[in-house]
Structures are given as C-alpha cells and as structure tokens.
Write a protein that binds this ligand. Structure first.
Ligand code: NAD
Ligand code: WQD
Length: 345
C-alpha cells in the first residue's frame, strides 16, 4: 500500500515498484493535494493501472475497510501528508491534525491487520539548522524551524513508540533532502496545486516564460558563491530507494526494528549553480535578480547517505543535468496539456 500515491514522490515510487516486477500496488490518496489523473500517467509509463482509494486516511473507518478487502498487504509506504513549510506556519493545527492523525491511523492499521513493514517519509528538516556537514543519521535533531518539520520529528517518535509493544512490526524512516526533477520520460512530475515555492519548479516556469523572472534568495551566505547550498536528488532515485527499502525489510536484513536512512546525493549545490545548469539544459537564459535572504532558510545543508548506499545498496543514478532535463521535459508536457496551477483546482 502506498499512501499519497497520487502525489509527487508517491507516484514515482509506484512506477518503480511496478517496474521492479516484485510488487502489486494499491494507492490511498484523498487527492487533497493531487488529482486522480496521476494514475493515468502511471499507467501510460508502466502499462499497469494501479487502483487508488480516494479517501482521507484520517477517516479511520473508511481507511480500515481497505484492509478487509486486501488481507495480503505486506508493507505500507506512507507518503500522505501536507508539506508546505510556509503554510504550516500559517495553519499549524491543520498540519498536526493531518500529518499526525493520518500517521496514527497508519500505525494502528499495521498493528490491527498485522502489516509487518512500514516505510515513513521523513525529511532533512528534522535536523534543523545544522553546523556540521554533511549531516549523518547520528546528527542530533535540532529545533524544528516550522510546524511541518515538527510533525516529522513527532512522527518519527510515534513510530518508535509503537514498535515497542509490537515486536512483529518493522519500520524504516527515510529522511529526504531535496527531491527534484520528473520521470525521465517527461510524462510524470510534480503538479503543484498552488503557485510553486520550490526552486526547480520556479526555474522551469521562468525558463518557459510562464513567469517573467525569479529571485535568488540571498547572495551573502558564507558559501562558495554566496547563495544557499542544498542536496538535490532526482525524484526517481528517491523512488528507487523505497523499493530497496521495502526489499530490505521483507528480506529481514534490518538489524533493528526501526532504522533511519538519509536519502541525498551527498553533493551540496548552490542556487546559482542550479540556475547555470538549468540554462545549459534548457537553452534559455533565465531572468533572475539577486535578492534578500528568504526568512527561515539555512545557509547550507547536505547529507551523508552512505548508510543507504551500503545497507540498501542504493545509489543515485541521475545527476543535476538529468534533474533539469527531466524537469524541463515535464514543464513542456504541462504546457502542452495546459496543466499548470492557474488551470488546476
Ligand atoms: P505531495 O503533496 O505531492 O503528495 C502527498 C499526497 O498525499 C498528495 O497526493 C495528497 O493528496 C495526499 N494526502 C495528504 N493528506 C492526505 C490524507 N490525510 N489522506 C489521504 N491522502 C492525503 O507531496 P510529496 O512531495 O510527494 O511528499 C510526499 C511525502 O514526502 C510527504 O510526507 C512529505 O512530507 C515528504 N517529503 C517531501 C519532500 C519534498 O521536497 N517533496 C521532502 C522531504 C519529505
Ligand atoms: C531551495 C533553495 C532557497 C526559490 C524545502 C523544505 C524542506 C524539504 C525540501 C520537505 C533555497 C532557494 C528558492 C526561489 C531561491 N521538504 N530559492 N529562489 O527550502 O531547501 O527545502 O524542500 O520536507 O523541508 O523546506 O527547498 O526548493 O524551497 O529552496 O533562491 O524562488 O533555493 O532560498 O536556498 P528548501 P526550496
């Protein structure tokens, strides 16, 4: 079971799960932040139609009915959550209710229906403002910079607490850095229900002329060119890590009931380097201005993902060029289908 299967990372994970040939997949997604048409795109790429149960996971009665229909669920990959940092500051209770309420029901379902494997989408934001780079799984959690990041910190703890009285349950917590790009076919990618706030979707909008210009937030950080450093990785690489994580749990290769893995490329890239890569790949000069720092941004973060490399046998297949090339193909697909946030409700 993939929760949030119509979303950005969930849909790419379903593609990798189906293409592995090892798993039959069902999705549970209320489409509060996506559309059911995602499954058409997944079918176009894989040739397999994955059913989506369109319901709110916080509605326990409806959610639990799925387990009466499917008594053979071997694992849950739990993506369903809200994820916008700024929105979580504006509407904190909405974030605590949805992200933690859904997780509580997922955990209860694992207990009640004897689901042995759970994989949880966590985030590098649990580390807060770190000073020792790269960040390893042993780096202590810092103060959460926003309610969204706090829901991930609490979520991780809820999982650990629930494993104590449930010795047959096993969980992996995956802390993603900055997933970007789209499926290499350009047929599936991120479809933001709102005007995007993240760097790569904004770059693509500027490159395609949908947005006249953009701002580089901060040019006076103590980094090699003054702009922020992040650890970007291709969304299909993140997706592939979930297949390997599920294999790992189902083959009983885990040493502990709950293990944590960073998922990053290990390379820190600056905003200005990202812009240059996008200009090269798209062939379009980007219109941008050098602006003030964005409140809440940390100067630099990148991860040490050697644990995932060694234990999950996971390695990034794609570099920055493919992140940009696939995002650009997806942007053109969005424009040809007239699918962008202005026409999307
Ligand atoms: P997304 O918004 O594209 O997908 C989330 C999906 O969950 C959406 O389709 C939404 O409709 C669904 N959903 C939300 N609440 C639900 C509920 N209560 N019941 C049923 N469906 C619900 O987000 P994404 O980028 O694919 O992120 C997936 C997960 O990864 C999230 O947990 C997010 O916090 C985490 N994560 C994302 C990033 C990132 O940069 N995208 C980074 C780190 C962690
Ligand atoms: C990347 C860099 C901006 C837009 C977010 C969440 C984090 C995690 C990943 C979920 C920053 C700069 C951006 C623009 C810019 N998500 N930028 N101009 O903030 O690193 O991480 O996604 O768990 O929790 O906070 O990603 O893509 O917003 O920004 O200069 O118009 O691009 O300042 O340095 P961020 P982002």
């Amino acid at each position: 079971m993939v929760t949030g299967g119509c979303g950005y990372i969930g849909s790419h994970t379903i593609i990798e799960l189906v293409q592995s040939g090892r798993y039959e997949v069902i999705s549970v997604d209320s489409n509060v932040r996506s559309t059911p048409e995602t499954m058409d795109r997944v079918a176009q790429i894989t040739g397999v139609r994955v059913p989506n149960y369109q319901l709110d996971i916080c509605d326990k009665t409806s959610f639990f009915k799925i387990f009466e229909e499917h008594t053979d669920i071997v694992g849950i990959i739990h993506f369903a959550a809200y994820k916008a940092v700024g929105e979580s500051v504006e509407q904190p209770l909405m974030y605590y209710r949805n992200n933690l309420g859904a997780l509580a029901n997922v955990l209860e379902s694992c207990q009640k229906f004897h689901v042995p494997a759970l994989i949880f989408s966590s985030s590098c934001s649990v580390y807060g403002d770190v000073h020792h780079l790269p960040v390893s799984e042993e780096t202590p959690m810092g103060v959460a910079a926003c309610p969204y990041a706090h829901t991930k910190q609490i979520g991780e703890e809820m999982i650990r607490n629930m494993l104590v009285p449930n010795p047959d349950m096993n969980a992996l917590i995956l802390r993603y850095f900055n997933p970007v790009g789209a499926h290499v076919s350009g047929l599936n990618g991120e479809l933001s229900p709102d005007k995007p706030n993240n760097l790569v979707p904004i770059i693509m909008r500027v490159a395609s002329g949908k947005q006249p210009s953009m701002t580089v937030f901060g040019t006076d950080y103590e980094t090699r060119d003054g702009s922020c450093i992040r650890d970007y990785l291709h969304v299909s690489d993140i997706a592939d890590a979930h297949v390997k994580a599920l294999d790992y749990l189902l083959e009983h290769r885990n040493a502990d009931q709950c293990e944590v893995f960073n998922l990053g490329s290990g390379n820190g890239i600056t905003v200005l380097e990202m812009l240059r890569a996008a200009e090269e790949v798209t062939g379009h000069k980007l219109n941008y201005e050098l602006g003030a720092r964005r409140p809440g941004d940390i100067p630099a973060i990148f991860g040490d993902s050697s644990r995932a490399n060694n234990l999950l046998h996971w390695h990034c297949r794609y570099g920055v060029d493919m992140m940009m090339e696939s995002a650009w193909k997806w942007e053109q697909h969005l424009n040809s289908e007239n699918l962008n946030f202005e026409s999307y409700d």
